[in-house]
Design a protein around this ligand. Sequence first.
Ligand SMILES: N=CN[C@@H](CCC(=O)O)C(=O)O
Ligand SMILES: [Zn+2]
Length: 413
Amino acid sequence: MTTLFINIKLLVNVRNDSKLLRGSDLQNLPCIENAFLLIEDHVIADFGFMHQIPPSYLKIPATFEVTGKMILPSWCDSHTHLVFAGSREKEFIDKIKGLTYAEIAAKGGGILNSAKKLNVTSEEDLFIQSYKRLQEVIKLGTGAIEIKSGYGLSVEGELKMLRVIQRLKSTTRIPIKSTFLGAHAIPSEFLENREEYIQLIIEEMLPRIGQEKLADYIDVFCEKGFFSTEDTQKLCKAGEQYGLKPKIHANQLSASGAVQVGVKMNAVSVDHLEVMDEEATKALSNASTIGTLLPTAAFFLRMPYQPARELINSGCAIALASDFNPGSSPSGNMNFVVALSCIQMRMLPEEAINAATINGAFAMEVQNIAGSITKGKLANLILTQEIPSLDYIPYSFGHHLIEKVMLAGDWVN
Ligand SMILES: N=CN[C@@H](CCC(=O)O)C(=O)O
Ligand SMILES: [Zn+2]
């Protein structure tokens, strides 16, 4: 199947090769004005200026004339908890009434509440709920995604979640990476003996996950009241034995040393980063580990936003992701993530788009197939409506500016 786009107002994030962007490089968003784009056999085959289009292309039957519209690579959402059961809007009301995230967790709410729901939900039902959410975010322009377990917190619950992610991988066209987050919270029955739960993860969950090849990464919620930096190192080392690289929940509620541990463990990414101190920023600025910012979690929990400018000015490689989950970010809308990053974290539109595409791709190691308009990459694309400029995308937050979305060269809507 061959598809041609002509008269594209702006073809965004056009690159010959893929490089992780850090510091001031994030501002460089290469684009072609008045462009063509050729898709062949699911991948990007060619692109360039309209005035240089090879005449033979103009005979292609599936030609779309898109004057006034832009084409972007799909969003790469490298941090989600999209597989969950039910919802937690009652806690939302508790938050409105003034309870903190930590107070809700201490009351048996939070992650443990989702775990309770998940463990009484069948694998089939969980798949149906998750599949629906995945279709929704695809229509919102997400074209590659990472999904975590972590609401099972029991051997069977965690395996159930990871099997659902595996089924999503095999039944949809979107590239999916799977992360084992057994260390998301200590289940209530282990509260008096947390070591025993850590042993359960290491001795029972990980071997099963390794055997069934159910995960690509291991994650730990490294935070006071959850898992310590020592626990995190121990769990990451155990994960390494099964080929799982770390992607860590770090510095969400406190500067706990989680970022430094992630960097030391060669984590692919350290995610959240609401509460950074000098040492954490310094560790990240010299590292290949990506700092993934989750501004919608800060927004929803009324927490200070991640210090994006400081991180960029320190030379860090940063990505943006949605953290889609029922407790701290019940939205997987990457368009809002990008807008919020510009509005509240003072990221420039170019920086936010790079962080949500190419750097997001690196943060889940799909940079060879997604994240930019590059020959040979999957044709996972966003076609906008007619818009006046690129800056208009984050500026007009909350508007639905996407006309159509393509995954591997096929329209999904
Ligand atoms: N912080 C840890 N995990 C999730 C929240 C999970 C929940 O509240 O259910 C997060 O990334 O924000
Ligand atoms: Zn998360």
